[in-house]
Design a protein around this ligand. Structure first.
Ligand SMILES: [Zn+2]
Length: 83
């Protein structure tokens, strides 16, 4: 059996998004996910390199929305690109 060194990775809360129309957090699976390369400072004061937008539909009232989040990504190495 191959030995793998598994480092403990803490889990971090990313938050739950809600429907702007009815406030429900129940939604369909994300679709039309896009990542736009755009640097700046997020609303909570953290630097970011990408704006990620995910479309979803509220399961309660059918309202479409885009869940937007900010990610600070480093450029992938060649090894990561090929995987
Ligand atoms: Zn709704």
């Amino acid at each position: 059996m191959a030995k793998m060194t598994k480092r403990h990775a803490p889990q971090v809360e990313a938050g739950v998004t809600r429907c702007p129309a009815c406030g429900s957090s129940s939604r369909t699976a994300y679709f039309a996910v896009t990542a736009q390369e755009h640097g700046g400072i997020s609303p909570d004061g953290k630097p970011y390199t990408h704006i990620v937008r995910r479309r979803t539909v509220c399961r309660n009232c059918g309202q479409h929305r885009v869940d937007r989040c900010y990610e600070n990504r480093v450029k992938p190495t060649d090894a990561e690109k090929s995987s």
